[in-house]
Design a protein around this ligand. Structure first.
Ligand SMILES: Nc1ncnc2c1ncn2[C@@H]1O[C@H](COP(=O)(O)OP(=O)(O)OP(=O)(O)O)[C@@H](O)[C@H]1O
Length: 262
């Protein structure tokens, strides 16, 4: 019997990334900094996983190890059953808006990672992603002519245009004002539902994690491990005032050892 396809937006089953017993230490002038301590985590194909944890616990380090930008000091990280040893174009980072080139137009920014292609094919491809992020009509604009949210959309289009399997989102909304951040959270859910990419978000904002993710991994203080992974079984769009949302938020803060201020 063939395996049933997951419904869009529902947590699928196949494991995409497995992190097993990962340690990471950094050598510094004052000695070694032990950042990750036996981290275990599984990311499923097509899911939206958020990682939260105390400041400086090693969230970005874990993401960098999964992406292949850092080598783990011990343990194993596999993507599709293959050990991660280096970065791969199938796994891309979405940074804050600052990741885009100010001297390139929107079109050139989105097409940057595509290399040599016949112009018509490239234009069709670039425009597909410019439309996906809602920037049609701004393809000839330069970043200085765009709002913060629009620049963030360019960043998403640039990342998606290389058609990766996995998107790593490291505090991607950090540079945005509060209103734009709300708008862009809705946008990323729409884009994720449309593209079905595996998304891994690092954020220190517990509400953001609960609003976006299928599951939330909670890390401990450094040297960090994954304390627990919570299923966020609430339909989208999610309302932070709903009792189940508030309960999950309280639970995460309890795990993080922080009293929530109301
Ligand atoms: N290349 C490096 N060399 C030495 N120490 C490093 C390096 N990269 C990270 N660290 C240290 O590892 C620890 C974890 O950093 P990391 O940025 O992964 O944490 P984080 O949880 O993402 O932090 P934040 O919540 O502040 O964004 C920090 O103490 C940091 O100083």
């Amino acid at each position: 019997m063939s395996e049933a396809m997951p419904e869009p937006g529902k947590t699928p089953r196949r494991d995409k990334i497995t992190v097993e017993g990962v340690d990471k230490t950094f050598p510094t002038k004052k000695g070694e900094v032990h950042v990750l301590d036996g981290v275990n985590l599984t990311v499923r194909e097509g899911e939206f996983l958020a990682i939260v944890g105390p400041s400086g616990c090693g969230k970005s380090t874990l993401l960098n190890c999964m992406a292949g930008f850092e080598r783990a000091s011990g343990g194993s990280i596999q993507v599709d059953g293959e050990e991660v040893t280096r970065p791969d174009p199938k796994r891309v980072f979405v940074f804050q808006e600052t990741g885009i080139f100010p001297w390139y137009s929107v079109w050139d920014n989105v097409g940057f990672g595509l290399g040599q292609m016949p112009f018509e094919a490239k234009d069709e491809h670039v425009m597909k992603y410019i439309r996906l992020v809602g920037l049609e009509g701004f393809e000839r604009s330069f970043p200085s002519e765009l709002s913060g949210g629009m620049k963030q959309r360019v960043e998403f289009a640039r990342a998606l245009a290389v058609e990766p399997d996995v998107l790593f989102l490291d505090e991607p909304f950090g540079a945005l004002d509060a209103f734009t951040r709300i708008e862009m959270r809705r946008e990323i859910v729409r884009i994720w539902e449309k593209t079905g990419k595996t998304c891994i978000l690092v954020t220190h904002d517990v509400s953001e994690a609960l609003e976006l993710a299928d599951r939330v991994a909670i890390m401990t203080r450094r040297p960090a491990t994954v304390h627990s992974v919570l299923d966020v079984d609430m339909p989208r769009p999610r309302d932070s005032d709903d009792p189940p949302f508030r309960e999950m938020k309280d639970l995460i803060f309890q795990v993080l050892g922080v009293e929530r201020r109301v």
